[in-house]
Design a protein around this ligand. Sequence first.
Ligand code: SF4
Length: 96
Amino acid sequence: MRYPAFTGDEPCTQFNPDMYYPNPTEANEREYKAVRALCRECPMQVECLEWAVHHERYGNWGGCTMREIETIRIQRRIRLTDASFSLYAYQQREAS
Ligand code: SF4
């Protein structure tokens, strides 16, 4: 799976990154609602969520919290490995 072709104009780029990478102990429902509302307007939502389901371990992606993404993984029987983690994928892209 290729990294989504984000343009840099996605709604999340206009806001505080902490909304997308909340401290789990501080995360609250109001922040999640704000993220969901922004992501619903984003043309990259499907690609973003699909990427996260297969490659991300932290943050909110595609309008979903990481807990929701983990639920999707369980339903679809997807297991993340070190090789699927995005940092690893990024390093491999940079090295090639
Ligand atoms: S769907 Fe992804 S790219 Fe779009 S605003 Fe949400 S987090 Fe950003």
